[in-house]
Ligand binder design. Sequence first.
Ligand code: 8LE
Length: 440
Amino acid sequence: MSPDERGEAILSKLRGQVRYAFQNSGFYPEFYGGATVDPENLRSLEEFAQLPILTKEDIRREQEEHPPYGRFLCIPPSEVFRVHGTSGTTGRPTVFGIGHDDWDRIAEAHARILWGAGLRPDDMVMVAAVFSLYVGSWGALVGAERLGATCFPFGSGAPGQTERAAEWCAMVKPSALYGTPSYALYLAETARQMGLDPLTDFGFRFMFFSGEPGASVPATRRLIEDTFGCYVVDQGSMAEMTPWMSNSGCRHLSTGMHLWQDIVYTELVDPESRRNLPLGAEGVPVYSHTERTSQPMIRYWSGDIAQWDLIDCPCGRTYPTLTRGIYGRADDMIIVRGQNVFPSRIEDILRSMDVFGGEFRLLLERERGQLDRLTVQTEVLADTYVQRESDPAALDRVQEEITAALRRALGVGVAVELKPAGEFERTQFKARRIIDHRTV
Ligand code: 8LE
């Protein structure tokens, strides 16, 4: 559809969604108490953009006062078909109740989007993410099921499970994989240690990821594609916003994600003024359900940083695109001597270097009255350490090379510490690479 024509269709869906939430939830009438527009009859997308923005803090507070769902629920609790939630590692967990009709619509949306990304009914999809409260794995599963693919719900997270995953990949040869980019790399490392070659012993042709940056980090994406002989598609908004695949790449996009605006409507918003930004700008994605009847989230603040634009994609979609995916969080952007530094940029540089050992950590420190200090702790291949025995300066040269590459790419100097490959823990879920020791 042309963007204008689609805008009309989206407005009509959003108008219905906001009116529905206003009439059927206990939360939104209160939340929209001071609204400058009529939530029961929005006349334009500009009016929609005047509704207040909802944050995770709002959800937490509401759910604490009205457990377990808060007054978001627009259906009787007995009609909740699925309870999902966030893990709560950074505060009180949030709860989402999903009705049966919504679950069906989620399956339908994910099937459509996966088809657009290249999945077909003759594929076998290995879901290699934990089956728990985390809705990533379940969302991938229902979409693949609805599309008619063969599903292989392997899961992840248990001790020894990655070794078993490697054995199963070699045995049943799934053609597609869902998980996190970190997990795909961990699976490859584990397979190699077991004497398996992910390229020749496995049968992947397609991998789709969500949950963390990686699939749109050029060097990481290339590494995964070369390691498995597959192509990679980046996906993912937020668990609360399921169908979370509404941000999705396609077969043709080398980085980034199209925004399937008719399924989940996305605005890009200035982190300070909170006003809508035009195409081409960088800001925070704010998401809205357009077809939720159980627990709709409207204008939900992601806290992520991305850039959006209209691009001419060979897939023919006219949606706006997050051109470089989601590459940072508004709140963990590191400022080193006035320069914004995103961990995903550092990842891109490190992974493009031959000596890189597979993992890294970013150590943040601050002394009283001083600026933040960033140390990049990076693994380098074991060979470099062996080489040191005959050539004591080998490590220094590697350190200088990495320091220079980072300075060139980031525009500021950062300290670099080398570690032998295998030093840092691998993850079966999302990597946590920032160690924040800023106490002052
Ligand atoms: C860069 C989307 C899902 C279900 O996989 C997920 O991870 O949801 P969750 O646990 O609510 O986490 C959402 C956050 O993960 C986002 O705000 C963003 O910071 C990060 N994230 C998710 N997908 C991506 C991502 N970051 N690229 C992605 N593709």
